[in-house]
Ligand binder design. Structure first.
Ligand SMILES: Cc1cc2nc3c(=O)[nH]c(=O)nc-3n(C[C@H](O)[C@H](O)[C@H](O)COP(=O)(O)OP(=O)(O)OC[C@H]3O[C@@H](n4cnc5c(N)ncnc54)[C@H](O)[C@@H]3O)c2cc1C
Length: 468
């Protein structure tokens, strides 16, 4: 639907000076997805700086029947924030920390706060906000909740969904729902906030959030252990979890080829062990109790694992810089993979107990379809969430490899489905995975989702063409 000049003028008035962008150059960063997979169009970027101004923009667009695409840091990986007409509503100027309630262990923040700034604000208040992911320097907290972001601390603290007590949301008709409660117990009917979390901007615009805070870690230990096969990665995970309990805050799997790619392509990354091993686990223990001897715990569990052949070797970081070097291997795998030509990515989850079976079956399926395909698997194995990426055969044509994207997806997602897993563990649906949603979710689930969308946004104003 065309956007009239009258509507654009009314939006300009509602958001005030500095509250919109409508020139080609200024709009560019909001129209492109960082990896260049999609390019959108829209009439204006509205940048309101208050919840009331967001509501005013939504009311105007709803009356005119014009679509709004909410956008945070634009780091999403499924094209959810890319517009197809209408306007983009950026939350970048809603960036205030509203309140820190130390005794309640909560902090109320506006949607446009950058995740790293939220973490810093929590630390300044003597607390931890544990959500942590590769894009934390640019993604916004509203975007994190709109996508139910995961990241590297899910094992101990849960997804975004688990880190929230209250929300403020502008509904598709422009009403404001103030659900900014800081309550840990509130059994008064449907848990409405959870409807909006993970809804990818299709049900409402999140404008503020009450976050849960935790005691900050005062001691931590990091190790990289090496194993001969993926079954042993699972054995080690179970053992570390059983012996170290809550102290286990991250358990990330890295396959040999993923480590080789980072060593080959990323500056200042070296193989920390003397010989090659099939799989590695990056393990982090943390505790808020400064007296806890985590090193002893880690040494003891790794020594026993070495003794009985679960692991082949291990290194425990002796300094902060060694710890950062170990994490650098894990964090730079996606970047390193770019230098190896075309890659087809899958962000799946299966029950933790089935991770080895999944990796065997999906690897066999992918390589059988295209011999020479290189399986680069890594990820949050403690959450059953594997980034099952496929790199093109050496010296193959990247475009020919990428043309098989859907074929690879089908093999990997069918196996995931058969194993009771999810075809999108972290990154959501956006526009990339809509067809998979309809294919792999039951009719009942898809019907319920569509009914919810129709109930809240019957005119399809918010983020049309995404998710459902
Ligand atoms: C290097 C890198 C690493 C990443 N690692 C992870 C990871 O470990 N785990 C993970 O889960 N994700 C990861 N991501 C994906 C991405 O960072 C997350 O999805 C993040 O939560 C998106 O936040 P954003 O502010 O950039 O949202 P955007 O990309 O701007 O938007 C994402 C979706 O949310 C909607 N939206 C945004 N803000 C709002 C709002 N206030 N109200 C309603 N809807 C809104 C948009 O319409 C869109 O559909 C990674 C991305 C990159 C580039």
């Amino acid at each position: 639907m065309a956007v009239s000049e009258n509507l654009l003028d009314a939006i300009r008035k509602a958001v005030g000076p500095g509250g919109w962008i409508d020139d080609e150059v200024g709009m560019e960063p909001y129209l492109v997805e960082p990896r260049g997979l999609w390019r959108g169009t829209c009439a204006m970027i509205a940048r309101p700086d208050s919840t009331e101004a967001v509501a005013a923009v939504v009311r105007l667009c709803a009356e005119a029947g014009v679509a709004i695409v909410p956008q945070g840091g634009n780091t999403g990986l499924v094209g959810g924030g890319v517009p197809d007409g209408g306007i983009v509503l950026s939350t970048a100027r809603l960036n205030r920390i509203r309140d820190v309630d130390a005794a309640n262990h909560t902090m109320a923040v506006e949607a446009g706060c950058i995740l790293a700034e939220v973490q810093d604000a929590a630390l300044e208040a003597g607390a931890l906000f544990p959500l942590s992911l590769g894009a934390e320097g640019s993604c916004q907290i509203g975007g994190n909740f709109a996508t139910n972001a995961g990241g590297v601390a899910v094992l101990r603290y849960g997804n975004a969904r688990d880190l929230v007590l209250g929300l403020e949301v502008v509904l598709p008709d422009g009403r404001i729902w103030n659900g900014l409660r800081g309550l840990r117990k509130d059994n008064t009917g449907y848990d409405l906030k959870q409807l909006f979390i993970g809804s990818e901007g299709t049900l409402g615009i999140i404008t503020a959030i009450v976050l849960k805070l935790f005691p900050p870690p005062r001691v931590s230990e990091t190790a990289l252990a090496a194993m001969a096969d993926v079954e042993r990665v699972l054995t080690l995970f179970t053992r570390v979890r059983d012996e170290c309990g809550d102290a286990l805050s991250a358990f990330e799997m890295i396959s040999r080829i993923a480590l080789e790619f980072t060593v080959r392509h990323i500056p200042d990354v070296a193989d920390p062990l003397d010989s090659a091993h099939a799989y590695y686990a990056l393990i982090e223990l943390t505790s808020p109790r400064s007296g806890d001897n985590l090193r002893e715990s880690l040494e003891s569990v790794l020594a026993a694992a070495l003794e009985d052949g679960t692991i082949e070797d291990a290194v425990i970081a002796k300094s902060q810089s060694q710890c950062e070097s170990l994490w650098r291997i894990r964090e730079f795998i996606p970047e390193a993979q770019k230098s190896e030509g075309g890659s087809v990515k899958h962000d799946i989850s299966v029950p933790v107990s089935k991770v080895p079976e999944f990796i065997h079956r999906a690897s066999q399926g992918a390589v059988a379809m295209l011999p020479g395909t290189r399986v680069v698997s890594f990820g949050h194995v403690g959450d059953g969430n594997i980034h099952f990426n496929l790199s093109q055969p050496v010296d193959a044509d990247a475009d020919a490899f990428l043309a098989r994207w859907d074929d690879f997806n089908q093999i990997v997602f069918d196996i995931t489905f058969e194993m009771g897993g999810s075809f999108s563990a972290e990154h959501g649906i956006g526009q990339l995975k809509r067809k998979h949603l309809v294919h792999y979710k039951s009719e009942v689930e898809v019907d319920l989702m569509r009914r919810l969308k129709m109930a809240l946004d019957p005119d399809d104003i918010l983020n049309p063409g995404k998710l459902v």
